[in-house]
Design a protein around this ligand. Structure first.
Ligand code: BJW
Ligand code: ZN
Length: 289
């Protein structure tokens, strides 16, 4: 334990967030309703590429270039290749120690009358796979489709999602675009309309029910763990500063500082798969199981 704590040197007071793990552990031990707000960095150690930075390219495109309704309208085949590739990649990916620590935390705190709610920007389902039960998917899910004609939303775990996308979507910058005709792209079983991934692209509103669930979780929250997000995409980027402004302790776990770091109580720099499990392990004040 001494070795683990010694890697975090405390910043002088008044100069930004603290990295005093011992102080964080005391706040953690007393928290009743914990919110975990996660981003792509949460899944990085599972081998899932993040959005921004060097790993965020597919062919010659930055991931966020393709995550727009305009791109889908202009070239649905290209955007489906991108999402089909990401779906196929996920079949070989598993939750990492950070996902597992959060899931175990929820199960451990529940009998104590304490809650853990995950609000994730990720669409990869790894929190569910790890066993987390209370999960709000802010930006949708890679394994759900929505009909562009009738609006029907369906779970879809098919591999490949349609015959025309079999073996397509190679991420190599030299890969040729498959140019699949719309009639051969995934289609609705009810009305034959073109399906799209049930995810939230730039410029699109988040679902009302999702935002209500977020409001409720943030309202109850007395400790927030902000894990692996660059905190540049709204509305998610506003959640932690909103809590911090209310005096709620927010602890950020990231490889680097982000635009919101300065407004938070704690910042722990490093890989979340290494730091989080130690940070949320059983506190001495908790009953032994
Ligand atoms: C590690 C690690 C390790 C790595 N351990 N850490 C207010 C102000 C300004 C702009 C706006 C605003 N409100 C709305 C906007 C516009 C826009 C926006 O925010 N733009 C900004 C870029 C400026 N927002 C929207 O358009 C949103 N819609 C909206 O607000 O609608 C309003 C509306 C109302 C009524 C009618 C119409 C509209 C929608 C945003 C949707 C975002 N969608 C995407 C794609 C989802 C589908 C998919 O996955 O394909 O969501 S974009 C992409 O970014 C994805 C992510 O969820 C999201 C956030 O990225 P994330 O998770 O933070 O990843 P990275 O890669 O950026 O960061 C990884 C981090 O991990 C880094 O910090 C690393 O250091 C760290 N890390 N390894 C710990 N091992
Ligand atoms: Zn339909």
């Amino acid at each position: 334990m001494a070795d683990f704590l010694s890697q975090f040197t405390q910043l002088p007071s008044g100069e930004g967030p603290s990295s005093d793990m011992k102080a964080f552990r005391e706040v953690f031990g007393a928290a009743k309703n914990i919110v975990v707000l996660s981003g792509a960095g949460m899944s990085a150690e599972s081998g899932v590429p993040t959005f921004r930075g060097a790993g965020g390219y597919w062919r010659t495109y930055q991931a966020q270039q393709l995550a727009t309704p305009e791109s889908f309208k202009a070239d649905p085949s290209l955007v489906w290749e991108f999402y089909s590739y990401r779906r196929e990649v996920m079949h070989s990916k598993s939750p990492n120690p950070a996902h597992k620590a959060i899931a175990e935390l929820e199960a451990r705190l529940k009998p104590q009358g304490r809650s853990v709610t995950v609000i994730t920007q990720n669409i990869d389902r790894l929190h569910h796979k790890a066993g987390s039960e209370s999960v709000v998917e802010l930006h949708g899910c890679l394994f759900r489709t929505r009909c562009t004609k009738c609006g029907d939303i369906t779970d879809n775990n098919e591999s490949p999602i349609c015959p025309a996308l079999k073996d397509k979507g190679a991420p190599d910058p030299n890969a040729m675009s498959a140019d699949i005709p719309v009639s051969d792209l995934p289609s609705c079983s009810k009305c034959h309309g073109l399906l799209r991934p049930h995810v939230v692209w730039f410029g699109e509103p988040l679902e009302g029910a999702v935002l209500s669930a977020v409001d409720e979780a943030l309202e109850q929250c007395d400790l927030c763990l902000l894990v692996g997000t660059s905190s540049v995409v709204y509305p998610a980027a506003g959640f932690a500063p909103r809590l911090a402004a209310r005096g709620v302790s927010v602890a950020e776990f990231n490889l680097e500082p982000t635009p919101v770091t300065g407004s938070l109580k704690y910042h722990f720099q490093g890989k979340c798969g290494e730091i989080l499990p130690e940070a949320v392990k059983r506190h001495p004040s908790e009953p032994e199981q």
